[in-house]
Design a protein around this ligand. Structure first.
Ligand SMILES: [Zn+2]
Length: 297
C-alpha cells in the first residue's frame, strides 16, 4: 500500500465499494455496517447487478409501479438514502432463481451473463471510484443463490484485475487509470448465529435443509460451508438505520422485520456484523479486526 507522500496524492477519503446482486442484499446483508461507515464519513458506493424483477411481490405493493423492477429499484433508492450510500450503480440484469429453477435459463438473467463482460463492468467501477475496501458475497453466496455466487466470482476477479494495465486496456484510453484496492472482504454470518438457527429450526420441528417458502434454503449447508471471520464490526448503535433501510424493502418482508421474538433476541446477542477477509490473505492466528479499514493508509 502506498502512503500519500509516496504517491504525491492528498490524503484520500475512505471509500468502500459493495458489490451485491439484488435490491435488498445491502440492507438485509450488512445494513448495520453500511450505516456505521456512512455516518463515519466513508464514501460508500453500491453495485446492484440485477433489478430484482423475479422477486415474489404481493399485488398491493405494486400500486403506482409499472413493474416489479420499478418497485424494487424504488425500494433500493429508499434504502440507499436511509443508509447513506452515496452512489448506486445498477447493471440491469434479470435476477436468477435458486439452483435448478427455470429462471436461470432466461437469456437476460445474471446467471447466463458473460462473465468477462461483468468483470469488466466491475473493473471499470473500481477504476472510477478507487475504493480502498471492497465487499461482496462469500463463495457460497451466503445461502447458495446463483446471483450471489456469480457476484462473488466476478467481483473477486475484478478486485485483482483492476490494477493490471493488461486487463481491459480499452478502459484506460478514457481517462481511467488502473487502481489496486487494498482489501477484499466477504460478508458472512456469525458462526454461532448459524448454529443457534439450525438448532432452533430443529426444535421447531423444521428440517434445516429445507427451509423457506419454497423449501429451497439449506441452512445446514450454509453452516457446513461457513468460512472463518477475520473482522467484526460493532453495529449495535446502528440498528435504527438498519431497521429503517430493511423496512424500505417492504415488498420482500414477510413478516415485517423484528416482529419475530427470536430475531429480536438474536439482535441483542449479536452486536456485530462479520466479514471474511480474502485479501490481504489472512495470517495464522491473526487477531480479529474491528474495522474494515484497519491498515489502510
Ligand atoms: Zn440476494
Amino acid at each position: 500500500m502506498k502512503s500519500p507522500s509516496e504517491s504525491n496524492q492528498p490524503p484520500a477519503a475512505r471509500r468502500m465499494l459493495i458489490a451485491f446482486a439484488h435490491p435488498d442484499d445491502e440492507s438485509f446483508g450488512m445494513g448495520g455496517a453500511i450505516a456505521r461507515y456512512a455516518q463515519e464519513g466513508v464514501d460508500i458506493s453500491l453495485i446492484c447487478s440485477t433489478n430484482g424483477d423475479v422477486g415474489t411481490v404481493d399485488p398491493e405493493h405494486l400500486n403506482g409501479f409499472g413493474s416489479v423492477a420499478d418497485l424494487r429499484l424504488n425500494e433500493l433508492r429508499c434504502a440507499a438514502s436511509t443508509l447513506g450510500i452515496h452512489d448506486v450503480i445498477t447493471f440491469g440484469y434479470r435476477d436468477s432463481g435458486m439452483m435448478g429453477t427455470p429462471e436461470n435459463n432466461h437469456p437476460d438473467c445474471l446467471w447466463q451473463a458473460d462473465e468477462t463482460a461483468v468483470i469488466g463492468r466491475i473493473v471499470q467501477e473500481i477504476r472510477r471510484l478507487r475504493p480502498q475496501v471492497i465487499v461482496t458475497f462469500d463463495p457460497y453466496g451466503g445461502y447458495g443463490h446463483p446471483d450471489h455466487i456469480f457476484m462473488h466470482r466476478t467481483t473477486t476477479k475484478a478486485f485483482h484485475a483492476a490494477g493490471d494495465p493488461a486487463q481491459y486496456p480499452e478502459q484506460l484510453t478514457n481517462g481511467l487509470q488502473v487502481f489496486s484496492p487494498s482489501k477484499l472482504y466477504y460478508n458472512t454470518f456469525p458462526r454461532a448465529w448459524l448454529l443457534v438457527r439450525v438448532w432452533m429450526e430443529r426444535l421447531r420441528g423444521h428440517d434445516p435443509r429445507h427451509l423457506g417458502k419454497n423449501k429451497d434454503l439449506d441452512l445446514q449447508e450454509v453452516l457446513d460451508r461457513h468460512l472463518p471471520s477475520h473482522a467484526q464490526v460493532d453495529v449495535s448503535a446502528y440498528h435504527g438505520a438498519w431497521d429503517a433501510a430493511s423496512g424500505c424493502h417492504a415488498s420482500q418482508l414477510n413478516p415485517r422485520p423484528n416482529r419475530n421474538p427470536l430475531d429480536r433476541l438474536m439482535r441483542l446477542v449479536f452486536r456485530h456484523q462479520y466479514f471474511t477477509r480474502a485479501w490481504p490473505e489472512p495470517r495464522d492466528h491473526e487477531p480479529m479486526e474491528h474495522d474494515l479499514f484497519d491498515g489502510v493508509e
